[in-house]
Design a protein around this ligand. Structure first.
Ligand SMILES: [Zn+2]
Length: 385
């Protein structure tokens, strides 16, 4: 007998979907995340898992693997309901994620489509976390191949050979196939990788940052094949994981995993003044990377024009809404003042939403006490010319 919604799974009289069974099944997803998580109102009735609306779209595009229905709106027959009751997210996680490497990036609701699609394919289609031999592309400690890299000066993407070596602790790339010396050697120690499809203008676009003479340097790369690109990303995370394991012996995986790669707290345009605050406001692209606020003339610039360290409230850093009264010259109306021990930084945002997002990003780092190693980073910034 067909039933509306997964009604047979719920105790009689409960209101869909606010019932215990559903809550329990969705529990792992709910507990892990915040309000940002999607509601698992959908289900894959071939895989036996509950998913959110956004993921249901990805599942729908892999029809040989997954078939989806709305938990609330679609008709479910008895066999399908029984199958869901016998499977569910917890059981399927135990099956399909039994051998997941600690460094492997598990995407969340807010991650880009590429990461979420490749996660679904890696987990269910390629079964990479059941058969460890399938993890070789990112777990072997060495990887080489060709990637499209954006040219620093002309913005043109050209194919370049990249070599990642855990043993050498470096990612290198070569301008010519037969070149003996790499164009750049990026130390694993200071490397970060973050997907930036919107900014780079490619659905597989990856931004790599590294430090050169204590300044941040950006490169932008992609591969046409989604699996290849995500394999590179996880290979970089694996190399960083092993580097950190050696650098911090005895540290737990739970301590190390959040340090493998960082997404930016916030990016976007703001106007800024110079140090005298009389130079007029100029529109710049800003990136908030942990405690490093960087600004660029163009979002895809190789080097930041400037970097500001944002400490914590305990050592006199503050973020204020608005600009000090005599300030003039901003075209955008929504001001932000950052107070540091040395000086004030004045910014202006185009919209109130932008202003509030920036303020909450600044508050996040200012509200967090500084770690001992962050004092060293702060000192480095102060001694910069
Ligand atoms: Zn989802």
């Amino acid at each position: 007998m067909p039933s509306r919604g997964l009604v047979l799974l719920w105790p009689a009289g409960s209101v869909l979907p606010k019932n215990n069974y559903f809550r329990q099944e969705a529990g792992m997803i709910k507990r892990r995340g915040t309000t940002k998580m999607g509601n698992p109102d959908w289900a894959s009735y071939t895989l036996g898992v509950f998913i959110c609306l956004s993921c249901s779209g990805i599942h729908r595009n892999i029809p040989h693997l997954s078939k989806v229905k709305s938990v609330r709106l679609d008709e479910w027959d008895g066999a399908q309901v029984e199958f869901m009751a016998s499977t569910g997210n917890t059981a399927m996680r135990a099956k399909y994620e039994s051998e997941i490497p600690p460094f492997y990036y598990k995407p969340t609701f807010s991650d880009c489509l590429l990461l979420r699609e490749q996660w679904i394919r890696a987990k269910y289609e390629r079964k990479e976390f059941i058969y460890i031999e399938k993890q070789e592309p990112y777990s072997a400690g060495y990887r080489e191949g060709f990637l499209w890299k954006r040219g620093r000066d002309n913005g043109q993407f050209l194919t370049r050979k990249f070599v990642l070596s855990e043993r050498e602790g470096a990612l290198k790339y070569y301008n010519k196939n037969d070149a003996k010396d790499p164009k750049a050697i990026m130390k694993i120690e200071h490397l970060n990788a973050t997907f930036q499809p919107g900014k780079i203008g490619n659905p597989h676009g990856l931004q790599i940052t590294y430090l050169k003479d204590n300044s941040t340097r950006n490169i932008f790369i992609y591969h046409e094949d989604g699996k290849e690109m995500v394999d590179w990303f996880n290979a970089i995370r694996a190399a960083r994981f092993h580097y950190l394991q050696v650098a911090f012996p005895g540290a737990s995986n739970a301590d190390l995993v959040p340090k493998l790669s960082r997404n930016y707290l916030k990016e976007g345009y703001m106007e800024k003044t110079g140090p005298k605050q009389t130079e007029g406001f100029k529109k710049r692209w800003f990136t908030m990377d942990d405690r490093r606020l960087m600004y660029f003339k163009d979002p895809l610039d190789a080097f930041a024009r400037g970097e500001v360290f944002i400490g914590s409230k305990e050592n006199s850093y503050k973020v204020l809404e608005g600009l000090p009264p005599p300030t003039q010259g901003n075209h955008w109306p929504h001001g932000i003042t950052i107070v540091t021990p040395d000086r004030k930084f004045l910014f202006a945002c185009e919209t109130e939403t932008e202003q509030q997002e920036w303020i909450s990003a600044f508050q996040k780092v200012i509200g967090r006490p500084m770690l001992p190693q962050e004092y060293a980073v702060e000192a480095h910034f102060k001694h910069k010319p």
